[in-house]
Design a protein around this ligand. Structure first.
Ligand code: NAG
Ligand code: NAG
Length: 536
């Protein structure tokens, strides 16, 4: 595993020697096998973390995931009895509480077709029925009318080790920014919401269709090897295909009905009504209010507690065998998009990804051994994040000081019997990569190597610059390429504050650009421009 270092001059005279004329980590990453190394590295780093997955909100990757038997989940509903069939589960009770409330959907127009209260659009088109029929899911029965008046929080435990497909990014965020591309475009070929009559295009939610579609894939295409899908919005959630098969009931409690009244649901500007589609575990609406206020305060603490990970080893991902659009020969950033998109790609262009995803599911087990590449990316980030930021800052006063500090950082990789910049960069780059993966690199191994090599080579080059601004320019370009979300973390929040970033449907453009510590009871300011724009 010794990539061709075309861009780095052999620099035997040491750190002060002049480096090659031109360098760019981006160019390095275009070498075969190293394409999109930065994005794949961040995909691994952000996985199952509310922080990174909210900022890098357009996931284009799929992971095999497992949740250990016994793990507790929450489901909010207007029903007081065990829920059957395909439904939503939240990892955090605060998330499910948003749905533990009286039935608030539109009148059930067509009881014959199941009168599905979770389907906010009242979409009973043929497509919907077709999906339901194929997925063999019984129509959800009418809730008893007396149950409609109250809200219930159900606690379930996984009755077995669940086998899930994790759809990364903010994949439960019903936005038009691309958070749904990997489902609606790649998995479902833009069929979601086609039965919708009252609205232009797909929308507002299409969640029941997505759930039934995913479970149909699980049953047919994926040969029953998958129990559901794992996604994220304001909290991680599971769409579980068969509640009665895979869950044990722990308890059902009736929630304070006033608390249910606070139930959220984004404002909707078309008709002045809230979209009533399911937004998550258990029912209509999405977590959080339209733009601010008390609704978000209920879940903001719980959600921010999972910024750095779902915790408790509740989810394990198979990092050695995952599928990411970043490794395919397609343009994911049309018109210089900041976040990857799939909606401009044809069915045929996406077919290799679908095919490989199916093959991976059919041949790999979510629970088989895989290297914890997220832990490896953590080592890289904790080693370099702060120093890169410092080196590029105004607090760095002179080239001599920068060169000396880069020297200290790279010292362990310099062999003074034989100074050689290529070998130095390579020793530095492979520091965190286990030997077997250096010898036969996998996708995550290449991504980590691509990123660490960019860092090490850029630092060597920066140290070889003669003036501070040129050196810092190299480091700033590197940081732009790396795009680590650690650089957006707030510092020094008080104990009544959380660091606020946009989490659909909440948050402003400013929250995205400059996350700040804010009062956890008033995290979102509805007067600012909403980051997410309209609703899906
Ligand atoms: C759900 O399934 C269980 C077990 O199959 C059954 O006993 C129960 O009556 C069902 N509940 C409803 C509401 O259909
Ligand atoms: C995917 O969608 C396109 C456009 O609607 C359609 O022409 C094509 O037949 C679909 N392909 C499959 C396999 O469903």
């Amino acid at each position: 595993m010794r990539p061709h270092l075309s861009l780095l001059a052999i620099c035997t005279a040491g750190l002060s020697a002049a480096a090659a004329a031109k360098s760019s980590p981006v160019e390095y990453s275009t070498e075969p096998g190293y394409k999109n190394a930065n994005h794949i590295f961040n995909t691994i780093q952000d996985s199952m973390r509310q922080w990174g997955s909210s900022l890098h909100h357009n996931g284009v990757s799929f992971f095999l995931a497992t949740v250990p038997a016994g793990t507790q989940f929450y489901h909010g509903t207007s029903r007081s009895s065990f829920v059957n069939g395909t439904e939503w589960l939240a990892f955090e009770p605060e998330h499910a509480m948003n749905f533990a409330r009286p039935h608030m959907g539109p009148p059930r127009r067509d009881p014959q077709h199941g009168g599905d209260e979770k389907d906010g659009k009242g979409d009973k088109g043929p497509n919907h029925e077709e999906l339901r029929r194929k997925s063999n899911t019984p129509p959800v029965e009418e809730a008893q009318s007396d149950e409609d008046a109250k809200g219930y929080l159900h606690t379930y435990a996984a009755a077995k080790h669940l086998r899930l497909v994790y759809i990364d990014g903010m994949s439960a965020g019903k936005t038009q920014k691309g958070t749904l591309d990997s489902q609606d475009v790649l998995l479902f070929n833009n069929t979601i919401g086609n039965g919708d009559s009252g609205r232009q295009g797909p929308g507002p939610m299409g969640e029941r269709e997505r759930a039934l579609g995913a479970c149909e894939l699980a049953e047919d295409t994926w040969a029953g090897r998958i129990d559901g899908v794992l996604r994220m919005e304001a909290g991680f959630e599971v769409i579980l295909c068969d509640f009665e098969r895979d869950l044990s009931l722990v308890n059902i409690i009736q929630v304070n009905s006033e608390s249910g009244e606070r139930g959220p649901g984004p404002k909707h500007d078309d008709d002045g009504k809230r979209p009533k589609g399911p937004g998550g575990p258990g029912g209509p609406g999405g977590p959080g209010g339209g733009g601010g206020g008390p609704d978000s305060s209920r879940w903001a603490r719980a959600v921010s507690a999972r910024y750095t990970g779902i915790g408790g080893h509740r989810v394990s991902l198979n990092y050695d065998n995952f599928i990411t659009a970043f490794t395919y020969d397609i343009d994911l950033f049309p018109k210089d998009a900041i976040h990857p998109r799939l909606d401009h790609l044809s069915y045929a262009e996406l077919e290799p990804i679908r095919r490989d995803l199916t093959a991976t599911i059919l041949t790999h087990d979510p629970r088989e051994f895989s290297w914890d590449w997220q832990a490896t990316t953590d080592m890289v980030i904790t080693r370099y994040s702060e120093e890169l930021s410092y080196f590029s800052s105004e607090r760095m006063v002179s080239m001599e000081s920068l060169r000396a500090q880069i020297g200290m950082l790279l010292e362990p990789f310099l062999d003074y019997s034989e100074r050689n910049a290529v070998n130095e960069a390579e020793r530095c780059a492979t520091q965190f990569i286990p030997l077997p993966y250096q010898e036969s690199p996998t996708i995550p191994a290449r991504a980590v190597h691509g990123v660490t090599h960019s860092i090490c080579a850029t630092l060597l080059e920066a140290a070889a610059e003669s003036d501070l601004s040129s050196a810092q320019k190299r480091i700033k370009e590197l940081m732009e390429y790396l795009d680590w979300t650690t650089w957006k973390q707030c510092r020094g929040c008080q104990d009544n504050e959380i660091c606020v970033i946009p989490i659909w449907p909440m948050g402003s453009v400013e929250d995205y650009a400059h996350p700040q510590c804010k009062d956890a009871l008033q995290p979102y300011d509805s007067s600012e421009e909403n980051y997410w724009g309209g609703f899906r």
